[in-house]
Design a protein around this ligand. Structure first.
Ligand code: TRP
Length: 332
């Protein structure tokens, strides 16, 4: 039986791109596969960029409520927040003492930051870089290695981090005997979810549709999707239609076929947008209700995360105990 683990950034309200690209596949996967699953909210990673206790806490609740509302089965997947697991931070230090600083110099996110400084002609290339950003991959390695993870499902941008976790584990295993599982990444097939303007849906482009907003707002956003200037009765191509692209993600094949037929015969963009809205809304309206309920009854979320932390710490405690013994010579 394999152990799968992935961390979720606490960036606040997810959008449809996050839902289709990450949340839904992860939930479907853990609900329907064999294995052990650890899904957690990486709230201490957020501290790097967010220095506002209210905001971090709010974003953590929103993300937790989203996953629970969308049907994550917390009997199958251990669901917790990073800050509830002190063992992660003990392991972080152990790992810090075994990773060459040069490896961290080569981490993409750090390199990107110093490159920006260089291009801006800053005298100090480390301008604005805190040590948390620099050692971000070490905390992430601790997240992974603590739970004997075999597989880390991630997007392309995170592959290097998993490689670094693997290389720290290898280094430690060579020195102390096999004490850690060496994890592998599993690259999620990147779906291109277009935003309102056709570019990849992203908060930073301002083209995203939030997963949970009022029906009225969802309708309004669907109406804002960019279309061409063809008239209401003109036949329309499904090839480069954002409406059609998004519709596909929320519909079964026979609905897609009949929608395509309407395009061929000529459907007004207004009607096409209305049909898209109906499809999205019918998939998520139940989740929205559940989300609203959870966000107004946070003690349920607290309870779920507490249960998850308890299960996670049972595993974490064993790993730490063995590392304290094998690496520090401590018997307790
Ligand atoms: N760094 C990841 C991201 O930005 C989040 C994350 C933190 C993570 N710890 C992890 C992902 C451990 C996988 C495993 O998306």
């Amino acid at each position: 039986m394999k152990t799968y683990l992935t961390g979720i950034q606490a960036t606040g309200m997810p959008h449809l791109g996050n839902y289709l690209g990450a949340i839904k596949p992860a939930i479907d996967f853990s609900n329907s596969s064999e294995g052990s699953f650890f899904y957690f909210i990486a709230d201490y990673h957020s501290l790097n960029s967010v220095k506002d206790p209210k905001l971090i806490s709010e974003q953590t609740y929103e993300v937790a409520a989203t996953w629970l509302a969308c049907g994550l089965d917390t009997e199958k997947a251990v669901f917790y927040k990073q800050s509830d697991i002190p063992e992660i931070f003990e392991l972080t230090w152990i790992l810090n003492c075994h990773i060459p600083k040069g490896d961290l110099n080569r981490a993409h996110s750090y390199k990107a930051k110093i490159q920006t400084n260089e291009e801006a002609g800053k005298k100090d290339i480390d301008h604005g870089v805190n040590a948390g950003l620099f050692t971000y991959p070490v905390l992430m390695a601790a997240d992974i290695l603590l739970f004997n993870t075999n597989i880390v499902p991630v997007g392309k941008d995170q592959v290097q981090h998993v490689e670094m976790a693997r290389s720290i584990a290898q280094r430690i295993n060579v020195h102390y005997g096999n004490v850690l599982i060496e994890p592998q990444e599993s690259l999620s097939d990147a779906k291109y979810i277009p935003g309102l303007d056709g570019r990849k849906m992203s908060k930073s482009y301002g083209n995203s549709i939030p997963l949970f907003c009022t029906e009225k707002k969802l309708k309004k956003l669907c109406n804002k999707i960019t279309t061409d200037s063809s008239g209401p009765d003109d036949p329309k191509s499904t090839e480069d239609s954002l409406i059609f692209d998004l519709y596909k993600y929320f519909s079964n094949s026979s609905d897609v076929e009949s929608f395509a037929k309407k395009f061929q015969e000529g459907i007004s963009w207004g009607h096409a947008k209305a049909e898209l809205f109906e499809k999205i809304n019918s998939e998520i309206s139940g989740y929205r209700e559940k989300f609203d309920y959870l966000i107004n009854n946070r003690e349920i979320i607290d309870q779920e995360l507490r249960n998850g932390a308890k299960k996670a710490r049972a595993v974490a405690g064993k790993t730490i105990k063995s590392l304290r013994k094998n690496i520090m010579g401590l018997e307790s």
